[in-house]
Design a protein around this ligand. Structure first.
Ligand code: ZN
Length: 371
């Protein structure tokens, strides 16, 4: 499976159907929740039937719906796929299917461009990260992407052979010898982590090692890895793959929540001091239109109706006449999605914040500004 990247989402978000709308469909295809494929087909059919009733008068949308229906009826290898996203604009010959190893919520949106918010949530939530587990003789390195292992390496040091033991060793000499072997092993572990990093790349590193060796291991890391070290965990090196995966994802989620809290705290200070920060839908949309946004922060699940100008792409909460060019604007179901797409198109960072009460208080949306 090729994982979707932030760049691909930006590219998707920048596609415009022109006269023809784009149909976006998200489907929960998780085999745990929908054991039989027939159940997925059933919920997809209901979803698409509803879309057909609402938007089927448009020939391009009707063709989109039919093609997506055929795709779903054709079945899917679900061994690694839990969510499906499809974007179609038949009139422009545009078709993109994204298989995701994580779940999504069933949803159909017909809009002027692909509805990317659920993809953005997934990519934001499941950043690629490295995990290095070590004890005194064994080390394992993993890289996770969208919650799945995409790379792993393991080292087990050969134990020193007993018949090589020199019995004249004094106890402290033997201890020195052991210490040297452990040091050598930790160096191997650090080297392995760097090899995997060079091969795959990751933004964050999590380390699991006993206190006794953790400090030494960290001191041996390449500087690139030291600066990416985000958290320590207690996952034992001998744990099973699934235990490691779920524990690592929990650590990663905690890191993500902490990062969001830091950004929201920066936002609150910036808004409070009227210095490079705005909060609330109106002010954020204005800052976006003025291209001043550096980082857009949105509470997970926040939606709000609004308006969008078909002539100059101006977006705002209150219509109907465009304040920039006086064209009659189109009502949109969710102007927050328009804001996310606009931010992606402007290469801003977009952070979807999960369960952050401080951002909710600020109006569920805010922006750190360039100036
Ligand atoms: Zn306008």
């Amino acid at each position: 499976m090729v994982a979707i990247t932030e760049d691909e989402i930006r590219q998707l978000a920048s596609f415009k159907g022109g006269e023809a709308p784009v149909t976006s469909v998200y489907l929960d295809v998780d085999g745990g929740r929908h054991v039989r494929w027939q159940d997925v087909v059933k919920s997809a059919d209901a979803l698409l039937k509803d879309a057909q009733t609402r938007f089927g008068d448009d020939a391009s949308v009707a063709a989109d719906i039919q093609r997506i229906q055929e795709l779903v009826h054709g079945g899917l290898d679900r061994s690694r796929t839990r969510g499906l996203a499809v974007f179609s604009c038949t009139a422009q010959d545009f078709w993109k299917v994204v298989e995701l190893p994580v779940g999504v919520r069933d949803q159909v949106v017909v809009n002027h461009s692909p509805y990317v918010r659920q993809l953005e949530v997934v990519v934001d939530e499941f950043e690629r990260f490295g995990l290095l587990l070590a004890d005194k003789i064994r080390a394992r390195v993993f890289v996770y992407e969208l919650g799945e292992i995409v790379e792993s390496e393991e080292i087990i040091e050969p134990l020193p052979r007993g018949d090589d033991d020199d019995h004249s060793y004094r106890k402290d000499q033997a201890e020195n010898h052991t210490t040297a072997l452990v040091h050598q092993h930790l160096r191997h572990a650090a080297d392995a982590a760097f090899r995997v990093f060079k091969d795959r790349g990751f933004e964050r590193l999590i380390i699991g090692a006993h206190d006794e060796i953790a400090h030494e291991l960290e001191s041996l890391l390449h500087p690139y890895l030291k600066e990416r070290l985000e958290a320590r965990c207690n996952i034992p090196v001998n744990a099973g793959d699934e235990e490691i995966r779920s524990a690592a994802l929990q650590v990663e989620a905690d890191v993500e929540r902490r990062k969001e809290a830091e950004l929201v705290s920066r936002l609150r200070d910036a808004v409070g001091s009227h210095n490079r920060g705005v909060a609330g839908l109106d002010d954020v949309l204005r800052a976006l239109v003025e291209r001043r946004v550096e980082t857009l922060l949105v509470s997970h699940g926040f939606t709000h109706p609004g308006w969008r100008c078909p002539s100059c792409d101006h977006i705002c909460r209150v219509g109907r006449s465009c304040p920039v060019c006086e064209t009659q604007m189109n009502a949109v179901d969710d102007v927050v999605e328009e804001a996310v797409e606009e931010a992606l198109a402007q290469s801003c960072d977009v952070e979807i914040c999960v369960g952050n009460a401080d951002l909710d208080v600020l109006g569920q949306i805010g922006a750190l500004l360039r100036y």
